[in-house]
Design a protein around this ligand. Sequence first.
Ligand code: ARG
Length: 400
Amino acid sequence: MGRANKVVLAYSGGVDTSVCIPYLKEEWGVQEVITLAADLGQGDELEPIREKALKSGASESLVVDAKESFVKDYAFPALQANALYENRYPLSTALARPLIAKLLVVAAEQYGADAVAHGCTGKGNDQVRFDVSIAALNPNLKVLAPAREWGMSREETIAYGERFGIASPVKKSSAYSIDRNLLGRSIEAGPLEEPWTEPLEEVYLMTKAIADTPNEPEYVEISFERGIPTALNGESMAPLALISQLNQLAGAHGIGRIDMIENRLVGIKSREIYETPALWVLIQAHRDLESLTLTADVSHYKRGIEETYSQLIYNGLWYSPLKGALDAFIKQTQERVSGTVRVKLFKGNVYTVGRKSDNSLYSPDLATYGAEDQFDHKAAEGFIYVWGLPTRVWSQKTSH
Ligand code: ARG
């Protein structure tokens, strides 16, 4: 009796996940492997991937287009939370994992599988995100992670695959480890493992080098309804189209490159390069619209929530009760976050240059320094007396 009978395996078409198929069957006694490739806009052709799984020994090869759900159910809630891990990483890879986990669980239930599997190694965050998300969605399913246990080097993995007719990669495999989807690219390893080394231009695909960006700025108006982007330059757009168009616009100006040393959940510091053009611009624009439409206390309180929320996503707790509770808070704050932000894209930067909203809390009569000023200046005196009273008392009691 093997570790499981029927397994649904998260499949990318790469060597590692392909080798997982014969490995699960031969070494772990699995009877039947069903693969599932999720289309999250990674730009791969999916039909060859579907066929490769079958050639590698899968009994069934599923391909699921999940792009729309990825944007609506994962990216947009994160945007409403202005989610940035360690203040910088827009979580483009992290957000994909709970969605893939969900697809695996749904397929496992549909096909009567007793386990799901993935090709993650034991060093990264992604294994945690998969395992914990799967446990949250269906605690009765086993999770198998062959690459966490097989201890094969790259060469050994390729050789193992060849024994089962899995062609070794045609092109010399890249020195980098790359994860990609419609929100962005994550690039690590190879020369990037030395934190002092500047990334070569070759690592970037979605963003132009500053030297090659236009010498004229480009203005874009981004409209939001309840914290969700709905139009570019006044033209209503579906979520997917909006993200891909904004990726183009911002990428052309070299916006959204991030080079950081980050703290993984498993305790390792790693150097990662990200390019997330659209998300980078959207977070900035969304924040600016919140500045206009949220009261000061909600806005300030939300910043703490955003930090926790970003950590939850990074740490694989998308389907956790705390995440659900914070979602309710964030949703409530977005009720009035509707309006338009005007940004200027130029030489790797996004500048907010204008914002407007029917729900604006900005009051020209109060803010103006002109004759129309409605603010009661004399009232400030009494306010300051009370506000400063504790400080005054403290100072009088303290020897200087
Ligand atoms: N460090 C990022 C995260 O944990 C990306 C992980 C995948 N990166 C990669 N280059 N394969 O979300």
